[in-house]
Design a protein around this ligand. Structure first.
Ligand SMILES: [Zn+2]
Length: 164
């Protein structure tokens, strides 16, 4: 899959992320799953609307993709996410059997409120997985994706911070 193709899918993820608005307090995270050149899932974060802390964009996309193809294994698929997947979503990606995960902004590009732990490197989940055929790549359209979120140095009111 070429860089242009990757950018096209990431732009679709960004478009989905801001469906409810561009307020960084809404955690506008989008995820797209592509297989054989077609999007089989286009989802965004639904945690607040569904009162479900597991309704992250990537989890929603993995569920939708499985339902779309009638198979719980997403082998050969690529998962695009506007933000580096959290620990839960990284593990879900491993379990889903996607072949590749491509994300936009990395955790150091955004405020710490978007992550659940202080310093665990979730990329080590991939390095330590039994699977040796899953690839994680970050930084695609990094600036455009990071612009969706509060920056690392932004002062965010405590009541807006989902992780404290
Ligand atoms: Zn997540």
């Amino acid at each position: 899959m070429g860089a242009d193709e990757d950018s096209r899918w990431m732009r679709l993820a960004i478009e989905k992320a801001v469906e409810r608005g561009r307020d960084p307090a809404l955690s506008p995270i989008g995820a797209v799953i592509v297989r054989d050149g077609a999007a089989i899932a286009v989802e965004r974060n639904h945690t607040e609307e569904q009162c479900d802390p597991t309704a992250h964009a990537e989890i929603a996309a993995i569920r939708a993709a499985g339902a779309a193809i009638g198979d719980m294994e997403l082998r050969g698929a690529t998962l695009y996410s506007t933000l580096q997947p959290c620990g839960m979503c990284t593990m879900a990606a491993i379990w889903s059997k996607v072949g590749r995960v491509v994300y936009g902004a990395g955790r150091d590009d955004v405020h710490r409120m978007y992550f659940e732990d202080r310093h665990i490197d979730t990329l080590s989940f991939i390095r330590d997985a039994w699977r040796d055929d899953i690839v994680f790549e970050g930084g695609l359209l990094r600036a455009e994706c990071a612009a969706l979120y509060y920056g690392p140095e932004d002062s965010v009111p405590a009541e807006e911070q989902g992780n404290i």
